[in-house]
Ligand binder design. Structure first.
Ligand code: ZN
Length: 164
């Protein structure tokens, strides 16, 4: 599985929308995440292969290098074996939440795109996810700044590693 570039799919799936982007095993996906236009390509991916999902709302807000940084981060999770190592940490959505994995995946993205691009891409991702949560009525509009603050606080160690 490692050192294979994962197929990237863009999706409006709400679970992916709440994350911005994720790497996952095709055969752990729950429900319909890939849209009709991509189904044929998706079906051609082996069931035991890793894939990368990017929320359409996020992709729309990123420049090409920033999008590349996000995809490189997710590819980093795959190359570092996180999908296998983290199998016991998978949450209800079939996804992994672990700071050391995030730092390692960020470093992989930095090796390709540099710290500045990765840091900005992460900042825009947090903003996009917060906007998405608010627009989907999960969070009241008035709480936007609090949620953004909370998300950025949870990112502090990652931003610190990306500082000059
Ligand atoms: Zn990650």
């Amino acid at each position: 599985m490692s050192n294979t570039k994962a197929q990237v799919f863009y999706t409006s799936n709400p679970e992916v929308g709440q994350l911005g982007a994720c790497a996952t095993m095709k055969n752990t996906l729950m429900g319909q995440v890939v849209e009709d236009a991509d189904l044929e390509r998706f079906n051609a991916v082996p069931d035991d292969a890793a894939i990368i999902l990017v929320a359409k709302h996020l992709a729309a807000k990123l420049s090409i290098p920033q999008l590349g940084a996000i995809i490189a981060h997710e590819q980093g999770h795959i190359d570092c074996g996180h999908l296998i190592k983290g199998a016991e940490m998978v949450n209800a959505a079939g996804l992994i939440d672990n700071l050391s994995f995030e730092l390692e995946a960020d470093a992989a993205a930095v090796s390709v795109f540099g710290k500045d691009t990765v840091r900005i891409a992460l900042t825009l991702t947090v903003e996009a996810v917060v906007d998405y949560l608010i627009s989907s009525d999960v969070v009241p509009q008035d709480d936007r700044d609090d949620v953004l603050e909370f998300c950025n606080t949870s990112m502090e160690q990652r931003y610190a590693a990306l500082a000059d």
